[in-house]
Design a protein around this ligand. Structure first.
Ligand SMILES: Cc1cc2nc3c(=O)[nH]c(=O)nc-3n(C[C@H](O)[C@H](O)[C@H](O)COP(=O)(O)O)c2cc1C
Length: 198
């Protein structure tokens, strides 16, 4: 699969198989993140791999799953088998690191997918609880958490109609609306229909 095909195939995964992810694969994901573009090449991101059984529960308890649906959180048998926590080293940068994080995280997600792993990014994290649970020093900002594991669901893309909210059908399949290309692509000029006042 080439990069574009991988990108088309990617969907956020929130149901996982009970199969453990080899540590080497997680390390490979972090190596891909390490090599991402970085503003002024400051490289403020660091990464914490969590793959120990007890600690998995600790991380799981700090995450909010799929806010748009009622049964977003996976049952115990389908939880992630690893996490990568993206940390910002405050000694390197304290503000304006978000673009770095975005690029690094996409590298993690695509590398994971190439290794047949699914992932879900978490912005909705109880950071205080996570810091306590994993003894993360104050020197680090806890930015995103990425849940990883072998996928146990196959969400499908839907063309955007009137809502960005994903939904589950009667069979439990997740449907994810995406805005259409023609609605978000501008060539050389922004046409008048897009110039309404904010
Ligand atoms: C910065 C960021 C934060 C996110 N936070 C959460 C989260 O807290 N909980 C969750 O279940 N999904 C979270 N997601 C996943 C999004 O819900 C998901 O990407 C979106 O629904 C589109 O689905 P797709 O990734 O399959 O295209 C987050 C995604 C991003 C990029």
């Amino acid at each position: 699969m080439n990069i574009y095909e991988t990108i088309l195939k990617r969907r956020t995964i929130r149901r996982f198989k009970k199969k453990k992810v080899p540590y080497e694969v997680l390390e490979k994901c972090v190596n891909a993140a390490r090599l991402a573009p970085s503003a002024a090449n400051l490289q403020p991101c660091e990464y914490m791999i969590v793959d120990e059984e007890d600690l998995l529960d600790e991380v799981f308890g700090t995450l909010q799953w799929a806010g748009y649906i009622s049964d977003g959180s996976p049952p115990a048998s389908q939880r992630p088998t690893a996490y990568i926590i993206v940390l910002i080293n405050r000694d390197v940068k304290r503000k304006g690191f978000e673009h770095d994080v975005g690029m690094a995280v996409e590298n993690i997600i695509l590398t994971a997918l190439e290794e047949e792993m699914g992932s879900c990014c978490f912005g909705a994290v109880d950071r205080e609880e996570l810091r306590k649970g994993l003894n993360i020093p104050k020197k680090y900002i806890i930015d995103l958490v990425i849940a990883l594991g072998y996928p146990n669901e196959s969400p499908v893309l839907e063309p955007f109609r009137d809502s960005v909210k994903y939904w589950k059908d009667k069979k439990g399949v997740l449907h994810v609306p995406k805005r259409k290309l023609k609605d978000i692509l501008h060539r050389n000029v922004i046409s008048p229909e897009h110039t309404s006042a904010i």
